[in-house]
Design a protein around this ligand. Structure first.
Ligand code: PA5
Length: 445
């Protein structure tokens, strides 16, 4: 059977590939356990069969209706969220919308940082614009989106009054608990539920990702059709080539490759890379273990990081996402004077040159001791991205399990939060406030 995604391992030395072979059995075992866990409703396994639940469902129709209602007559849709509560939507919207076109409404993201400068700029930008808000937080208590929501809810209410503002705000949050849920109930906002058994970074196919994506005018039915096809292809029974990625990650890590570079050749994929970094970084970076997930956009970054990748410390491998059919036919034209010496390329499509640049780079990096796994995705559309994102989540769960960590928790994220609350003198943190302030003396102030 042909799949929309194909893994190509030809740029990985056979010795390294041979070492990985033994890990394929471990990945298979992890997969069997994953399926059992999902069947037995072990916490945080709901994402595995979520596309089946969602595809063609009433929920999908409600999301499309909400997107239509929310985007009617507004200039801007503001998506407020952080981490898994914004990266999936941002990745899909950036990847799928046509570059350099002004969309109506414009989809903007906020709540993923704590910069007053940035928020003030957005406030000014929105001053004379109509806007609606989709605020997303599974816990309903994350500081960054909560602060941003306070700022922009207040701006919206000042612009249109409390009653209309309430109709222009949709909250996506937990079904039972959290400050956001309480606020939504009190103010009468429409709400969407993030299922209990789906963690933030595995939630792109829930309302977390789907509502913002639908607001951007993207066919969520196509996206879910792709995710559903991937769910079927990868779970009953799986084509064993797909075990290669989780096996290779673990094999190369054991062989001393400590950094995985996610490489793409399309600027539109920058946020797919950011989403991927959160997925793998939060899932595997624990207990003193885990590949460091980094990303580069080539050929751009060949002119900044290319030197390091070619000749720096040899602790890297690359996962290269290649789009087979870009849909662009733009060609390089002939020039009568050929002053730039480019006539040898006349008549070639720019994307053919891009593909040659990719091949050239893979070969150069192989010579420099940086192996590449090539992921070939047929097209860059909603269906194929649905397939890809599901595959990456599936691979991450298996890879983390083989590594011996829990790929569904993120205990380390609390450390900075606790310190921040203590330094901000949040009630309940008094003892920590004292200790931290002492530690800070003469250090940062
Ligand atoms: O993957 C995760 O669980 C986290 O990155 C969260 O998505 C992120 O911290 C945001 O959390 P919340 O949706 O609870 O505001």
């Amino acid at each position: 059977m042909t799949h929309p995604l194909h893994l190509d391992t030809r740029a990985i030395p056979t010795t390294l590939l041979a070492e990985t072979q033994g890990l394929l059995t471990a990945v298979k075992t992890a997969h069997e356990q994953l399926k059992i866990n999902a069947k037995e409703s072990v916490p945080f396994h709901g994402w595995l069969h979520w596309p089946s639940v969602m595809v063609d469902s009433m929920d999908m129709r409600r999301i499309m209706a909400t997107a239509k209602r929310l985007t009617r007559d507004v200039d801007v849709i503001l998506i407020i969220g952080i981490g898994g509560s914004y990266l999936g939507a941002k990745a899909l919207i950036e990847a799928l919308r046509t570059p350099y076109t002004q969309t109506k409404p414009e989809v903007l993201f906020i709540g993923h940082h704590m910069s007053g400068r940035d928020m003030e700029g957005l406030k000014t930008y929105l001053q004379d614009k109509s806007f609606a808000i989709n605020v997303i937080s599974k816990s309903g208590t994350t500081t960054e989106p909560a602060v941003a929501f306070r700022v922009f809810k207040s701006l919206l209410e000042a612009q249109v009054g409390k009653e209309i503002a309430a109709q222009r705000i949709v909250a996506t949050t937990d079904a039972k608990r959290g400050a956001l849920l309480e606020l939504a109930k009190k103010e009468g906002y429409e709400t969407y539920v993030i299922p209990d058994d789906i963690g933030g970074r595995y939630s792109v196919f829930t309302a977390v990702g789907l509502l913002p994506v639908a607001c951007a005018g993207i066919e969520i039915a196509q996206l879910m059709a792709g995710a559903h096809a991937a769910e079927n292809a990868l779970n009953m029974p799986v084509d064993s080539q797909f075990y290669l990625y989780p096996a290779l990650r673990n094999g190369l890590y054991a062989a001393g490759k400590k950094i995985e570079l996610f490489v793409h050749y399309e600027p539109a994929l920058q946020y797919v890379a950011e989403w991927w970094k959160q997925l793998f970084g939060e899932s595997e970076g624990k207990e003193g273990k885990g590949l460091f997930p980094a990303s580069v956009g080539f050929t751009t970054d060949l002119h900044s990081l290319g030197q390091y990748v070619q000749e720096g410390e040899r602790h890297l491998f690359e996962t290269v996402l290649a789009i087979e059919e870009t849909g662009s036919t733009l060609q390089i034209e002939t020039d009568a004077h050929d002053a730039d010496g480019l006539n040898y390329l006349a008549g070639q499509q720019i994307d053919t040159v891009n593909a040659r640049a990719m091949q050239a780079t893979i070969l150069a990096h192989a010579d420099g001791g940086v192996p590449s796994l090539l992921m070939r995705l047929k097209r860059l559309d909603a269906y194929h991205l649905g397939w890809l994102l599901y595959y990456l989540m599936w691979s991450c769960a298996l890879s983390g399990t083989v590594l011996g960590v829990n790929p569904f928790d993120q205990p380390g994220v609390e450390a900075y939060k606790n310190n921040m609350f203590a330094l901000l003198e949040k009630p309940g943190y008094e003892a920590a406030t004292k200790t931290l302030k002492k530690r800070l003396e003469g250090l940062l102030e």
